[in-house]
Design a protein around this ligand. Structure first.
Ligand SMILES: N[C@@H](CCC(=O)N[C@@H](CS)C(=O)NCC(=O)O)C(=O)O
Length: 390
């Protein structure tokens, strides 16, 4: 009898355990706890001067300002305003440059145009304003909502992710920091730069990486720091510095601004990783999705062989459901973002796929002729990879 009771108890216990397992909440039942204001804003304490001196570590100044919570979504604000305000560069040919007629052009500017097209179907002076920003002004412009998005050869780093109260979209250009010197200087490596002076721009990752790399290699040098690209380059050209350092893409671009570009060379060394891409303020996931999928649209279109010349024909004839969904002729992916369903087709028609954007601004027919390298599609051995349009 006792044995029977024990067996019953054991069976009941197993039953209770199984029932408990089965009653795990379903996805809909899971309640996501919103972080409290204090958890969300873990303010970094500024180190004291003594601490900085002790560690000898160069840090970007956090520049944290009080973030104004917008009362409506960014998409609504942009639509009501009738135009996108994109933070850009005015001084970096190939990426973002201001012409005498007041127009902006470049690889990053084309991504500003692509976002404007995603929202308005067209990018012109009425739907897109470029707000040129110095390196140091970028975080404040993002935090104060002066701009809707920043596309200005900006490197994604952890401290910017937190201290700028910003998120970064997909990397549009994988870069690394380089060093330019005069050919007749005899300098062929960083190790040849013991006691040298280096021109560098403030408010950049460049300034910090330089300090790290020289310290790691035990090289003594004097940094000469300038507020913007024109003054940094002018000082270098005037012979005030032995070297000029910035992103390699920046060096290639700036070399063409020098009086005799052939008198200079970019050393083989790569001092850092500089993944450049769009950034936007924290707090609006729909906006983040719009920027991200605008970039993915250009990458995916290159992968599928869809370009500005054939997009309409392919939209009418494609049988591949991946292409049909991307172009909005099947499914409702675009409307899911709050955009027109054919937002990606519009981007490709108006601005082009990644390859077209790259070649127009940096390719073999430009003065820069930057090899695709890491910026090739994953199918060609590069790092460009779009998640699926599904
Ligand atoms: N990618 C680096 C460097 C960006 C940067 O500002 N580079 C300079 C040197 S090429 C530049 O674009 N200057 C243009 C200007 O200040 O007008 C970063 O995000 O900090």
């Amino acid at each position: 009898m006792l044995k029977k009771v024990l067996v019953m108890v054991a069976v009941l216990a197993v039953f209770a355990l199984v029932a408990a397992q089965c009653s795990q909440p379903t996805v809909e039942q899971v309640k996501v706890e919103e972080p409290t204001a204090t958890q969300a804003q873990q303010v970094q304490e500024e180190p004291t001067a003594a601490q900085v001196a002790e560690t000898q570590e160069v840090k970007e100044s956090p520049q944290v300002v009080e973030v104004q919570e917008p009362s409506e979504s960014r998409l609504e604000t942009v639509r009501k305003r009738g135009k996108l305000i994109c933070g850009g560069n005015a001084n970096l040919a190939g990426f973002g440059v201001l012409a005498d007629d007041g127009s902006f052009s470049g690889f990053d500017i084309d991504y500003c145009r692509a976002i404007a097209v995603a929202i308005f179907g067209v990018a012109d002076d009425s739907t897109l304003e470029i707000r040129p920003l110095s390196a140091s002004d970028r975080p404040i412009a993002l935090q104060t909502n002066e701009i809707d998005v920043l596309v200005r050869n900006t490197t994604y780093t952890l401290s910017r992710d937190t201290e700028w109260s910003a998120n970064f979209g997909p990397t549009t250009f994988y870069d690394g920091q380089g060093m330019m010197v005069r050919k007749d200087s005899g300098i062929t490596s960083l190790e040849d730069m013991e006691g040298a002076s280096v021109c560098v721009q403030t408010g950049t990752t460049t300034e910090l990486n330089l300090a790290d790399q020289m310290a790691l290699r035990g090289i003594n040098y004097t940094p000469k720091v300038f507020p913007d690209a024109p003054s940094t380059l002018a000082a270098f050209q005037a012979g005030n510095c032995d070297g000029f350092t910035t992103d390699k893409s920046g060096l290639i671009s700036q070399q063409q601004e020098l009086e005799n570009p052939a008198d200079y060379q970019i050393l083989g060394v790569t001092m850092s990783k500089e993944p450049l891409g769009p950034a936007y303020a924290h707090g609006d996931d729909q906006w983040a999705d719009i920027v991200d999928w605008t970039v993915y649209c250009t990458i995916s279109a290159e992968e599928f062989g869809v370009n500005s010349g054939n997009v309409d024909e392919i939209a009418g004839s494609a049988e591949d459901p991946n292409i049909r969904r991307m172009l909005g002729v099947e499914g409702d992916l675009g409307t899911g973002l709050g955009l027109d369903n054919d937002f990606c087709a519009n981007i490709i028609r108006e601005v082009g796929n990644y390859e077209e954007i790259y070649n127009r601004n940096l390719g073999p027919d430009t003065p820069f002729n930057v090899p695709r390298g890491l910026n090739s599609l994953w199918t060609d051995g590069g790092l460009l990879y779009s998640p699926p349009f599904r």
